[in-house]
Design a protein around this ligand. Structure first.
Ligand SMILES: [Zn+2]
Length: 43
C-alpha cells in the first residue's frame, strides 16, 4: 500500500482524506454510493 500512498503524494492527493470522503458518503449528495449520476434532476 505504501507505493500507492507515494503515488497519491506525487499526484498531490491526500489518500486518507479521499478515502474518508467516500466513507462518509458523497460530498455533494451525501449518499453511499454516490447518486449524483443516478438522479441528476431528482427533486
Ligand atoms: Zn453524489
Amino acid at each position: 500500500m505504501s507505493w500507492l500512498a507515494s503515488l497519491a503524494n506525487l499526484l498531490g492527493v491526500d489518500l486518507e482524506q479521499a478515502v474518508g470522503k467516500y466513507k462518509k458518503g458523497c460530498p455533494r449528495c451525501g449518499k453511499i454510493p454516490c447518486q449524483c449520476r443516478e438522479k441528476p434532476f431528482a427533486e
